[in-house]
Write a protein that binds this ligand. Structure first.
Ligand SMILES: Cc1ncc(C[n+]2csc(CCOP(=O)(O)OP(=O)(O)O)c2C)c(N)n1
Ligand SMILES: [Mg+2]
Length: 377
């Protein structure tokens, strides 16, 4: 089936990382010229800068990954479980594709998506056998079809957005990514902050994005970042958290100080339980029930624990604060007061619940993006 495929796509999940199959996946992708999309927990399993990378799939995935999945004639699912955030409407999921599923957990096979071939096994061991067995192919027509889809994703990306002095949350993540050159260990909380980090902090591996995945555990970010920093004292660790989730475990700032951890904490303060507000805006006539937050002063809160804090409201201050927080011995906390609502306050693309992957809502292109001119600050 792999040798016969004309439009194959790999769906790479957390199993790639936990089995240590990153280099085998690169070998498979390059030999068979198969584009690779990753799940949220599969991020870091395939280098973001690799030409065959499609990015993240699913509800808030990269548009090109979702569109490629819908057009594919073969899906090769590696160590992933077809979560509903990945598939969208099952009836219309990858309708043209035959499917191969490799997973260690046999309970996952045929559980959600019926497959043509199931291989119960460790992803690395399976790939080690598969790579020498498959024929090298070029798939040039398929890759040429995909390339413009990637270009279109890039056009809607962060670089050319007009900011007008405001601070869209993706810009914050992009600035942290640029400053750390993708080398930091990044830990997220749950909600929009998590999706923006997944979309805009590009990982070349081998580190995964540390995130709670399908569990959706608000309050995960700060304690998990403490764990990451203790495990890797030599690494720069950033917790990127929302104003809501951060306050669920904010008392752990005491642990950060007590354990003398140089952690960097980025609080994306949009004044809302943003992910829920986004659904209220798009699907519930903007009835913002129970989502606006009355927040404390996060900088003074950090200072109360003895942590140096910065507050930023513009793109320029944002980059300065990130640079200063990185020079500081840490711990350090930056409150980013970001755009709260509307186009720039929402995570796009978005596949509405119950819709098919190709029915995703895209952020409309603005004039400066179509001309590609640099944005004014
Ligand atoms: C403990 C818990 N309660 C509720 C939810 C549902 N939920 C998912 S995202 C979200 C909003 C998170 O708000 P915030 O932490 O400010 O992050 P933002 O989406 O604004 O970036 C909520 C309430 C959850 N995942 N976990
Ligand atoms: Mg929020």
């Amino acid at each position: 089936m792999i040798n016969a495929a004309e439009r194959p796509v790999v769906l790479a999940g957390h199993g790639v990382l936990v089995s240590g199959a990153m280099s085998d996946l690169i070998a498979f992708a390059e030999k068979t010229q198969t584009p690779i999309s990753v799940t949220l927990l599969g991020k870091g399993g395939f280098p973001a800068s690799h030409p065959l990378n499609l990015g993240m799939m699913g509800m808030h995935g990269d548009a090109c990954a979702n569109l490629a999945i819908q057009e594919a004639d073969l899906l090769i699912a590696l160590g992933m479980r077809f979560d509903d955030r990945v598939t969208g409407n099952l009836e219309h999921f990858a309708p043209k594709a035959r499917k191969i599923h490799v997973d260690l957990d046999v309970a996952e096979i045929n559980k959600i998506v019926p497959v043509d071939i199931a291989i119960a096994g460790d992803v690395r061991q399976v790939l080690e056998q598969l790579v020498p067995a498959v024929e090298p192919v070029s798939h040039s027509g398929w890759l040429e079809t995909i390339e413009p889809l990637k270009e279109e994703s890039r056009a809607r990306d962060i670089v050319n957005r007009p900011l007008n002095g405001t601070l869209p949350p993706p810009h914050v993540v992009n600035a942290i990514w640029e400053a750390t050159q993708g080398e930091a260990i990044v830990v997220t909380d749950v909600g929009q902050n998590q999706m923006w980090t997944a979309l805009y902090y590009h990982l070349d591996g081998p580190y995964p994005l540390v995130t709670s995945g399908g569990l959706g555990t608000m309050g995960f970010g700060l304690p998990a970042a403490i764990g990451a920093q203790i495990a890797r004292p030599d690494k720069e660790v950033w917790a990127i958290v929302g104003d809501g989730g951060f306050q669920m475990t904010v008392q752990e700032l005491a642990t950060v100080v007590q354990e003398r951890l140089p952690l960097r904490i980025a609080v994306l303060n949009n004044g809302y339980l943003g992910m829920v507000r986004q659904w209220q805006e798009l699907f519930y006539d903007k009835r913002y029930e129970a989502t606006p937050l009355v927040n404390p002063d996060f900088v003074r809160l950090a200072e109360a624990y003895g942590i140096h804090g910065w507050r930023t409201t513009t793109p320029k201050e944002c980059r300065q604060a990130i640079a200063e927080a990185r020079r500081h011995p840490g711990p350090a906390l930056i409150e980013f007061q970001t755009v709260r609502e509307g186009e720039e306050g929402n995570v796009y693309p978005m596949v509405p619940a119950g819709a098919a992957l190709h029915e995703m809502i895209r952020r409309p292109l603005t004039i400066s993006e179509t001309t590609g001119k640099e944005h004014a600050e």
